[in-house]
Design a protein around this ligand. Sequence first.
Ligand SMILES: Cc1ncc(COP(=O)(O)O)c(C=O)c1O
Length: 390
Amino acid sequence: MSFDKIIDRRGTHSSKWDKMQDLFGVSPEDGLAMWTADSDYQTAPCVIEAAREAVEHGVFGYSWAYPEYLESIQWWMKTRHNWEIDTDWILTSQGLGNAIALSLDVWSNPGDHIVIFSPVYHEFALKIGKTGRQVRECPLARDGDTYELDLEDAQSRLDGSETMLIWCSPQNPSGRVWTVDELRAVADFAARNDLMLVTDEIHHDLVYPGHTFVPMDVAAPEHRDRTISLTAASKTFNIAGQRTGNMIIPDAKRRAAMKQKLAALDYSPSALGLRIIHAAYSAPGAAWVDEQVAYLEGNRQCFDNQINAIPGIRSLPLQSTYLAWVDFSGTGMSHEEIAARIRDDAKIAVSQGPTFGTGGELFQRFNLATQRARVQDAADRLTEAFSDLQ
Ligand SMILES: Cc1ncc(COP(=O)(O)O)c(C=O)c1O
């Protein structure tokens, strides 16, 4: 299977591999890069073919979000997520980090509080801070191997200065796939508190059997006037470096406000990004994603089976995403000691749990979107690094 083919990304200006020494103190010579969320295997053949055609054509001029491109997004949402959208609703951003920053800019003001449910993708809090807003952190409730919403607790933390909620569905880092009832409760919570609802659904395609992702707009269409849905092909097809994402905004007034911001900033999409997303959102692309999910399912089983045999360490069972969320609290060690063992003994660069906010203090996040042999290698290294616990 092509997912097993080892690909050396070192020396290709891959952030994940070529920055691991500077950012994490782990050498790419003998270390493993398991931090930022991109994959080590090649994308779908239909995507590579589209990129090859573009390269052979050899002209890289301007483009625009052309009708067939928008229709391919519409087709994907309908066939993969049972979500009917108008092509008019789709605006193009330079990735979803960018879409979050743009949303903060358009629908909140400096000094506002922005609600997030932690532990959550660390960039939410960073973007809120960098745009001069403040984080209103509402912790999720840990329930054994999973997380639940505690909206009563969340409500008690609000003081009326909040203007936006940034929601993650499926959830990074826990992999939680939210139910329709939970999504409806979140949308109602946003409406009750008059919050703009930004729902980041970037991981929606990588969901494991037994769980079904439901878009917020499908679960709570009555709150469309305050909802902006962010989606992308970037995680699904390992094309994050092409910096192209979707902002799906059904409400005409809201959409006009974002369009004005994009025009003011002179946004125009990457021609190659459009071309390969158009190729990805297709029947061959869908078949490849199904194969990928089956492969990732094997990776997480391989990782979890071995990691969970180490006393005090628990990799939570993932419902979605390729990001293993591992609880080290049972080791009795401090974050510093856990991090040092992973860095210096196992030589693995991982995303540090505390950066995900409250609840992440004694966790680490491991990216499993790599070859099975590397996942096995990582599990062996961790077993050795924590062998004194056996
Ligand atoms: C939940 C979530 N949102 C946004 C992003 C960043 O997306 P982009 O690369 O399109 O900026 C990531 C990347 O890991 C993510 O996990």
